[in-house]
Design a protein. Structure first.
Length: 271
């Protein structure tokens, strides 16, 4: 049985190793100082520029989407576990969260496009914050379901001991349940961040495509997934190589974010 499990593990690692190998072999050649410090020029021939605007745009939009989705997702999960439990309203919320988990990402992008872009809310043009809202909707069910699973793993004995000392339930939740579940909550949130960072369709309908760098989320904004989408279909080999470099940069960005969050959660747990 140990051999069967080891074989299954090796088979599962084959696509992971293949993806990493192709990213390193094709993407490292595109990396340079100009790759990270220059904006795309939009030229087919000559100097095509780098991915500065796409990298900064991805960081900004995913950061705002995380600020939207993670607090709300954790709040919904806390209600479902600590207060709603098996109630009818909680069961209804779980059902719709499960439905949202299976909704294709392009549907969220179309929803924001119709309501915010065509509807004129917050201006009738494309904007980075509208892309963040679409990504936040995409992240919300992932954050909620993962947080609910982690909170259910917190032993009921900890809650009962704190309640027996006369501690209010809200304080038990904030001072006992959340610190205990924090590493798992961060891990689940990072899964949602990784999914949102690689989505292209929602951003095509909300933040659209632009070459220049901007820090204003109220304007059109570039992103790495969109940059990869536009470059990879080009007949120019240099642009295709830039797409591979952008993909490697995106994976590296997610890896660094994961490492920082893991270190922060470990330090919090030790303290």
């Amino acid at each position: 049985m140990r051999g069967v499990l080891a074989l299954g593990t090796l088979i599962a690692l084959i696509p992971l190793v293949a993806v990493i190998y192709y990213l390193l072999s094709k993407g490292l050649g595109a990396w340079s100082f100009d790759f990270f410090t220059k904006d795309p020029t939009g030229n087919f021939l000559g100097d095509q520029g780098g991915v500065k605007s796409a990298l900064l745009g991805t960081i900004e939009m995913v950061a705002l989407a995380s600020a939207i989705a993670i607090p709300f997702g954790w709040g919904v999960a806390l209600y479902l576990v600590e207060y709603g439990r098996a109630g009818r309203f909680a069961s209804t919320v779980r059902y719709f969260v499960d439905v949202m988990t299976g909704v294709p990402s392009i549907v969220f992008g179309l929803f924001i496009y119709v309501t915010l872009v065509l509807g004129g809310w917050g201006g009738s043009s494309f904007a980075g914050w509208k892309g963040s809202v679409a990504l936040g909707l995409l992240m919300l069910p992932v954050v909620t379901r993962s947080a609910e699973v982690v909170l259910l793993l917190v032993p009921d004995g900890l809650r009962e001991a704190a309640l027996a000392l006369g501690t209010p339930r809200w304080r038990v939740t904030m001072r006992v349940v959340l610190p205990t579940a924090l590493p798992g909550l961060i891990t689940g949130s990072l899964l949602a961040v990784a999914r949102a960072a690689g989505e292209t369709a929602p951003l095509l309908f909300t933040a659209t495509i632009v070459n220049g760098t901007t820090f204003n989320l109220g304007e059109r904004m570039n992103s790495l997934p969109v940059q990869i989408y536009t470059d990879v279909g080009s007949p120019n080999d240099a642009l295709v190589q830039r797409a591979w470099g952008s993909a490697l940069a995106l994976v590296t960005l997610i890896l660094l974010t994961t490492l920082v969050a893991r270190l922060a959660s470990r330090r919090s747990r030790l303290s």
